[in-house]
Design a protein. Sequence first.
Lengths: 336, 240
Amino acid sequence: MDKLIAAKSEPLWNTNNKVISVIVGLVILLFALPLVGLNSFYLHLFIMIFMHAVMAQSWNVIAGFSGQISLGHGAFFGIGAYATSFFYMEYGITPWISIFFGMFVSGIFAVLIGIPMLRLSGHYFAIATLLIGISFQVVFQRWDLVGAASGLWVTMTPEDSWTALQFHSSKVPYYYIFLVFFLVSFFAVWVLSRSKLGYRLRAVRDDPQAALSLCINVSNYKIIAYVISAMIMAPMGSLFAQYILIIDPDRVFNIEISIIVLLITVLGGIGNVWGPIIGASILIPISEYSRIYLGGTGGAVDLILYGLILMIICVFRPNGLISFIPKDILERKKQR
Amino acid sequence: MKILSVENLSRSFGGIKANDDISFNVDQGSILGIIGPNGAGKSTLFDLITGYTKADRGKVEFFEKNIFGLSPDKISNLGVGRTFQKLKPFADQTLLENVMIGAFVKEQNIKKARDKALEIIDFVDLIEKRHHFAKELSTGQRKRLEMARAMAIEPKLLLMDEVTGGVDQKTIPGLVELIKKLKKTGVTIITIEHNINIIMEISDNVLALDQGKSIAFGPPKEIQKNKEVIDSYLGTFDAA
């Protein structure tokens, strides 16, 4: 009985004050960085890290938490990008509103795709999502209403505009917008991982048969995870479209988007909220620096490096780089 | 009062009749033991009752509600818990997390679910192992984990598939005591067992299966004397 009372008196989460202090310090540092005069390249680098960390976090929800390997997640990025650009150009609707429209449409598509696809499992689901992702690219390449293969050139405002979400004189506003989305998505997924839904998704991932015996409708929970994942991905497409102001199917529906979010998550640590952040912080700088030093798209050296890193990780650290950090520090797990 | 009524439940796989016209009733608060040689259809019967396998025909009533054809999650939601012959713990999660997933069925609040899970873990005598990953536990401990996880959904009927199977002799008495302790909580139990001494000790009624057919049903003392059961399963037990 004493042991039970002692167990009940334990805190719900293993909160380590030192870790919290480090996190708060890092967040303050991230907000302060532009004030100390980051140049345009470094602003861009951080923006790309934030964006890819969120995209990978999105993929982490469906693959890491519910165990469904999606290879077509770029579709939701593209939907978000087109939703914002199209409605701004055609109807003058501010991207701040159409971001939510993109999320909504992505969520709807996730349900429509998820209902038949999530009956598949393992490799079959992965292959099916790969084809779905490619089919979006093909459809948009031929859809005249949204510019077909040429895509959409977002009408530029003469000056910086928060309403139009366009900033021509500095990347700093973009930096803060992406940073806020990055922090919000991280916090949302962190809360999700510790919620009833998070527990149930992990049950579905670990053993669907056992999950069924605990009143968990496995199909429904997979769809819920897919929808949440899609709705996290879409805003990054929207913001990216506003960042570069020109989108086309080959850019925003590219299969590479789906693959890179997978690489980032696996590198950092799949199924862990910190994984995508660590993965993006390493892979994106490799990509950007190889692009600078080798020109163009990086001469595919970045892809070779990705492949090498992935092989090393898969062989020596299958749980990702996060596994180098003792579990007691970051997670709620054991207090033996 | 009847908690479960099974009538003419049948299921074939190709030409093999895994369950052939099985009928029996289970009284509330009792323990029904199911015995039979390997391949008799015991685990298939569990899968048919809990919806994991669709029956070809028959009827299954739980508290007089027809549950035939319902999905496993809906059946468990009505209050039918189960464990598995081939253990299915959520291996990469701790014992506490495993049981909390079951506790969330009745408790929405995370602290209440945690506390309820801890009480159940204490009930199965694993409180010191609560933060261990399921994959780190021994087979006997995993059996207790599965029982605890199933209990967390507050079942009225609990189906346990070979609780003492695959564990060493020292571990068995503890598991048997746990089943008895579980019965005292009021939950009705159906258990598949190969250890005939255990089944005779704990059961109120015994169902004997052979080659998919029900060959006997009744109190343990009657089953022990049943010639067909002796011929097909008990063998030397009775002679001893």
